[in-house]
Design a protein around this ligand. Structure first.
Ligand code: EPZ
Length: 430
């Protein structure tokens, strides 16, 4: 029954190192099997989503050699079966990147239908559309997605909606197809660019990643590489908004400020001071936050993965704010939990109408998904009194050492495994 136990009220102050981007790592780790040579990946985040994917790959015969928490060597030459459906893989969304990687390399793959956070339908029709456009057959049987092709041939693919996962999966499969593939209406997220750069370092020929038109010229084979994953823009944004919520002064280090522009812009709008340097951003929140309007959009718009975090901040701001979720259809489940802390938020369709309140009061909460869980921790850090967060396994899918990094910034938070440990925490912090 692991929980986070929090005593709110301390402003977060200090510096925090940001780790590798989870959503880049998941694509890059899967792509590593597309060569028979050994690939070295650095700045890997030590989070359960990545570890579950590595375990599933190992069960399919991939040689995984963990050098340290953040460094792994991967060799896909001994893959015994192209069916990846062990129980753990069903829990993560990014299992489907193995479809694109194995289809590209072996022209055949079978992977359990993806799981992932319950924030909406999580369809895969655009992935299937891409594989079929390249000449593959795709069917769903016994809970697995099965795909195979006699021959993969480049194609001109118009995405019906912007999809990070489908863009990445099509890039994977097209990298070893015959001829040129053009993806129109492609996702532009930094992790799409990171995957393209990784594959190009293995000998692929991918141009235009980061724009909405990506051109992939298929190559014969891919070779070994050594590659360091980009910093996680959402982990960074979470600590930046935690500074805003707790009226703190936090510097996130090892970041790419360009990737944080939409997050920085909103922090400035609500009254925070933000200082940027080459690989760090400092957020100082000394006065009452101000209201604003925000709508989540594909990159470079405000990220949907930062939607719960900005809502937690706006619920403490002066005046009325609105947060519109345009990417997922069920990403406001956490609002009920915030209401129990005293927030005044009304959700109508895909918009939250937020009346700022003076404070949160601590409560017993449950994390409904990864980013909402992190946002509820932020609310607990700002609240008066004690907060406990259950189901922290969701949070640990995407945040490495979350409570330890928050402790280093002055937060009174501990990961407790029993009521006894919870009581001990309460006695300690008083
Ligand atoms: C990725 O999910 C991320 N996950 C998500 O982060 C992130 O919220 C999302 O991109 C948007 O940025 C990983 O990278 C592992 P999409 P993905 O395909 O690829 C619909 C986190 O917290 N859609 O861009 O699944 C879909 O239902 C996670 O780290 C289709 O309709 O997102 C959604 O409404 C949460 N058909 C929208 O498109 C498809 O074939 C965007 O989804 C694919 C998607």
């Amino acid at each position: 029954m692991e929980q986070y136990a929090i005593k709110g009220g301390n402003p977060l102050v200090g510096e925090v190192e940001i780790g590798g981007a989870k959503n880049a790592a998941l694509a890059i780790v899967a792509a590593a099997v597309m060569t028979d040579e050994t690939v070295l990946i650095e700045n890997l985040p030590d989070v359960s989503d990545v570890n579950v994917l590595l375990e599933a790959m190992e069960s399919a015969g991939v040689i995984i050699n963990r050098i340290d928490r953040h460094t792994v060597k991967i060799n896909g030459s001994q893959i015994k079966n192209l069916v990846v459906d062990n129980d753990s893989i069903k829990k993560i969304r990014a299992s489907y990147y193995l479809l694109g990687a194995l289809l590209g390399k072996y022209k055949k793959a079978e992977v359990a239908l993806p799981g992932g956070c319950n924030i909406g339908s999580r369809a895969i029709d655009q992935h299937i559309k891409g594989f079929k456009a390249l000449g593959a057959q795709v069917r769903i049987e016994h809970g697995n997605v099965c795909t195979e092709a006699q021959h993969l041939k480049g194609s001109h693919i118009f995405m019906d909606k912007v999809s990070v996962g489908a863009t990445i999966n099509i890039i994977l499969a097209a990298s070893l197809a015959d001829g040129q593939t053009i993806i129109e209406n492609a996702a532009k997220e930094p992790h799409v660019v990171d995957l393209a750069n990784f594959l190009n370092s293995m000998g692929a020929n991918i141009k235009g990643a980061g724009t909405d038109v990506i051109r992939i010229k298929g190559v014969e084979k891919l070779h070994k590489t050594e590659y360091a994953i980009i910093p996680d823009q959402i982990e960074a944004g979470t600590y930046m908004f935690a500074a805003a919520v707790t009226k703190g002064d936090v510097t996130v280090k090892n970041v790419i400020p360009k990737h944080l522009e939409s997050i920085t812009a909103k922090l400035l709008e609500i009254g925070c001071e933000v200082e940027e340097s080459d690989d760090a951003v400092r957020v100082v929140a000394s006065k009452k936050l101000e209201h604003t309007q925000v709508k989540t959009l594909p990159y470079p718009g405000f990220p949907t993965d930062m939607q719960p975090q900005i809502t937690v901040a706006l619920a403490l701001a002066d005046g009325t704010s609105t947060v519109t979720e345009s990417i997922f259809e069920n990403r406001f489940k956490y609002v009920d939990e915030l209401t129990r802390m005293g927030a005044n938020i009304k959700v109508e369709s895909n918009t939250a109408i937020i009346e700022g309140v003076g404070k949160y009061t601590g409560a017993g909460l449950t994390a409904p998904d990864l980013r909402a869980g992190a946002a509820l921790v932020m609310a607990g850090l700002a609240a008066e009194g004690f907060t406990t967060i259950d189901d922290i396994k969701y949070i640990e899918r995407g945040y490495e050492d979350f409570h330890l990094k928050l402790q280093s910034l002055g937060a009174q938070i501990e990961r407790v495994k029993s009521d006894k440990e919870l009581q001990k925490f309460k006695l300690k912090v008083g």
